[in-house]
Design a protein around this ligand. Sequence first.
Ligand code: ADP
Length: 408
Amino acid sequence: MEVVYALWLLLAVGCGSLLGFLFARHPSPGRRIKSQNFAAAEFASAFALRDTQPDLISWIFCNTPITIWSTDEKLRLGDAYAPLIEKRSGVKMETIRGLTLHELFQTDDDNHPALAAHRRALKGEAVSYETEWAGRTFAARVHPWPFDGTPPRGCRGVAIDVTEIRLKDEKLHHLGTELERAHADLQRFAYAVSHDFKEPVRMISSFLRLLETKFQDKLDEEAQEYIRHSIGGAKRLHTLVDSLLNFCSTANAGVTKEACDLNALVGQIVSDVAMSVQARQASLNVKELPTVQADPTLLSQVFRNLISNALKFSGDKKPALVIETKPHREGNLVLVRDNGIGIPSEYLAKIFVPFVRLHSRDEYEGDGIGLSLCARIMERHGGKIWAESEPARGSTFFLLFPKPPTPA
Ligand code: ADP
C-alpha cells in the first residue's frame, strides 16, 4: 500500500500539470495559492513542471497507468484523460464524459468508495481511496476544486491502475496463509509424534534391560553385546524424542516480555554451572551487560545453551569465555566468545538448523537442538543470533535484541 501511495505522490506531480492543460479555465494557481493545504502546494509544483517540461508530462501519461478527471458539483464527469488505461480497459474516455459517478460505477450505493470520497472532496477535503472500475483496480485521490481555498465547485481526481499489484498482494496473502497453516500442521505433527514415541521407546528400553538381567546366564557374550548396543540406541532415541518435544514446546511457548537485567540472568546461570567450570578449569569473564525486554525463562535457555556449548567444544584447551556487549545501531548486541575448537565457515549458518551436529556423539555429547532453539527464541523476541568463528581459535555468538519501540 505504501509503495502505491509513494508512486502515486510521484505521479501526482505529473498529473497535476496535465490537469493544468485540461482544466485551464482557472488561472495558473501556482501564483495565487495561499499554501493553506498540501494539495494546493502539490498541484502548484505540478503546474510549474508543466511550464518547464511539457514533453516529460505527456511521456508520463502515455507510459504509466494514470488517469485524471474532473467533476462538477453534481458529480458529473467533465474531462478524463488516461491513454494507457484506455488501451488496457478498452474504454474510451470520451464515452464517459457527462456521466454521473452513479452511472459510471453503475451503483445506487451512496457509500461506494468513489462517491463517498468525491462528496467529502466537495466539502473541502482531499481524499485517498481505492476502487474497481472496468474490471481494474485503482488507487485514487480526489481534491476539491478550485485550489484557491474558495468554496469547492467541483472535484479533480487522479488515480493509478494497481490491478497487477493487488493481484500479487492477494497471491502473496494466500501463500502466507498456506504457509502458516503448513507450519502449524508440521508443528502439531512433530509434537504428536515426539509425544507418542516416548511410550514405545520406554517400553523397548525396559524389556531390553529385563532381557539383559534375567537371561544373563543363558546369553553368550556376543548376544549381551548386541543387547547393550540396543539399549544405547533406545536411550539415544529417548533423548532425541525428549529434545524434539522440548523444541516444539519451547519454540511455540508464549513470550512474556519484561525488563531483564542480563547481569542477574547470566550471573544465575554462571553460578549454576560453577561445578563444570571448575572441573574444566575454565575461566568465565562476564562484563557489564544491558537490560533487555525479554522472556526471562526463554532467554535463560539461550545463555545456558551458549555457555554449555562454549565449555563443551573447547578441545584440549582450558575454556576461556567472555560475555560482553558492544554498541549496535539496531539494538542491544551481546557477544558470547570462546577459545574453543571453532566452526568451519561453511557450517556457520547450518548449525542453527535442528539436529545438525558437526561431530559424532563419541567426540562430543549432544543432540543438535540447542542452537536451533536459541535461534527460534531470539526470532520470537524480534531479535537475531549469528556466529563468527575461526577454526581452532574459537567462536563468537552474537545476540541482537531489538530496540524497544519509542512511545508515540
Ligand atoms: P549440540 O551441542 O547438542 O550438538 P547445538 O545445536 O547446541 O547442539 O550445536 C550444534 C552444533 O554446532 C554442535 O554439535 C557443534 O558442532 C557446533 N557448535 C555449537 N556451539 C559451538 C561452539 N561454541 N564451538 C564450536 N562448535 C560449536
